[in-house]
Design a protein around this ligand. Structure first.
Ligand SMILES: Cc1cc2nc3c(=O)[nH]c(=O)nc-3n(C[C@H](O)[C@H](O)[C@H](O)COP(=O)(O)OP(=O)(O)OC[C@H]3O[C@@H](n4cnc5c(N)ncnc54)[C@H](O)[C@@H]3O)c2cc1C
Length: 404
């Protein structure tokens, strides 16, 4: 294979996974072409928690310096009973997290992370980014792979060593490796809004410390997460209820009745949120059923394209970031035998990603528990010292890639 082609990677999708992959490959000396379907890269408005396993990589890739001025470092994760607002448990973050896991725990607006990734990408002359370009076809050739993209002006063809499918939960690349492009609806809806910290509700949240923490309000069949974004000027609120499959993506045309019902028996401060904190947008949570193959000759899937999971461990983006960085490390170390490198990468990643997805399922079960299970949960949480709760997360937040 010619040298130029053997060091060229094509990425479909410029979300968190795609842009991180671009930086990780560029750092290792690859040329990278990123093709993004949307004309304009604007991340619709939800917030993100970024745990130390992700921020450690973002730091190494030169992204953190652009993100830090806009992100908030919460003091802790606080679990509260949504009916009484009483504190059930606390995981210390802030300086404690940084000492323990050697990287910060941050909360940020997605647009700010996207902006920071783009700033870092803009500094790399070896990365080219084309928007308005949707992946349409793929072929294996003697000399590597060739990919076609549909652009408004003309169709484009790119050739290289590897296609990285970073095209999200409704991935077209997943279809190319025979993994099927179907995702399944989890039965849960995420409801999101951003409110001004100076609003009446913003001030009420600050009175219980929500302006400096990630606060999870737990209730039977429902939970709500609140945390500060935009340097503390706003709160991101995201609530989870059972619901019907609606549009693919965030929708602001949804009937908020399920959210109102879910909030009905919560504390007065929360009960009026459906009407008073909107407008709410709704997102039907889709997952990718496993085991779906994540790699085939000349192709690898990263992030939601490979393994979209429920967001109850707040780890989907973190897994996308880990995938991207480890993939680049495996391909760099094994580019003379790419097929083996991809197999080894998938074998290393799968147990971790599946363990994280199981933690999300457990959180969902525990946080939305009913009756006696909820009572037992509260009793157990009350006896857990914060240090023990933090230690329980060492495997997740303290993770370091052996390959990087
Ligand atoms: C309510 C909610 C809360 C969450 N909270 C957290 C959290 O706190 N922390 C966390 O770590 N994770 C969280 N997640 C998960 C996280 O948002 C996702 O895992 C992450 O955004 C996945 O990134 P991605 O780059 O893989 O996919 P995406 O962000 O979906 O990016 C895919 C990109 O590919 C493009 N694309 C699609 N098709 C094509 C094509 N054919 N050709 C070219 N480009 C294409 C799309 O336009 C898009 O830009 C949350 C998710 C939800 C729903």
């Amino acid at each position: 294979m010619d040298v130029l082609r053997s060091r060229r990677v094509i990425i479909a999708g410029a979300g968190i996974a795609g842009l991180t992959a671009a930086l990780a490959f560029a750092k290792r000396g690859f040329s990278v072409d990123v093709y993004e379907r949307s004309e304009k890269l604007e991340e619709v408005g939800a917030g993100l928690q970024l745990s130390p396993n992700a921020t450690r990589i973002l730091d190494r890739l030169g992204v953190l310096e652009f993100l830090l001025p806009k992100a908030v470092r919460p003091h802790g994760v606080i679990l509260r009973d949504a009916r009484t607002l009483s504190e059930l448990a606390r995981v210390p973050l802030g300086d404690t997290a940084e000492r323990r896991w050697h990287a910060p725990y941050l909360v940020a607006h997605r647009a700010d992370l996207q902006g920071a990734l783009l700033e870092a990408v803009g500094r790399q002359s070896s990365i080219k980014l084309a928007t308005g370009s949707a992946l349409t076809g793929f072929a294996r050739e003697e000399q590597g792979i060739a990919v076609t993209f549909d652009r408004p002006s003309a169709a484009d063809r790119a050739a290289g060593l590897l296609l990285v499918g970073a095209d999200g939960v409704w991935s077209a690349t997943r279809g190319l490796i025979g993994a099927g492009n179907q995702s399944s609806f989890s039965g849960e809806i995420a409801w999101r809004t951003v409110i001004n910290a100076e609003s009446e509700i913003g001030r009420a949240l600050a009175r219980i410390g929500a302006h400096e923490n990630v606060t999870a309000f737990l209730h039977s069949g429902f939970h709500l997460i609140a945390y500060p974004v935009r340097g503390g000027a706003a709160f991101n609120l995201v609530a989870f209820t059972p619901g019907q499959r609606i549009a693919e993506g965030w929708s602001d045309k949804t009937n908020i009745a399920p959210l109102e019902r879910a909030l009905r028996h919560t504390a007065p401060m929360l009960a009026g949120l459906a009407r008073n904190a909107g407008p709410w947008t709704a997102w039907p949570i889709h997952t990718v059923r496993q085991p779906t193959p994540w790699a085939a000759p000349g192709i690898a899937l990263v992030g939601d394209a490979a393994h979209a999971m429920t967001p109850f461990a707040a780890q989907g983006a973190a897994m996308a970031i880990e995938d991207a960085d480890t993939l680049a490390a495996f391909v760099d170390a094994g580019s003379d035998d790419l097929a083996s490198a991809l197999t080894a990468w998938e074998k290393t990643r799968r147990p971790r990603v599946e363990k994280v997805a199981r933690r999300g399922a457990f959180n969902h079960f525990a946080w939305q528990a009913w009756g006696p299970v909820a009572l037992a949960r509260n009793l157990v949480l009350k006896t857990m010292p914060p240090e023990k709760l933090a230690a329980d997360l060492d495997w997740l937040y303290g993770w370091e890639s052996a390959a990087s």
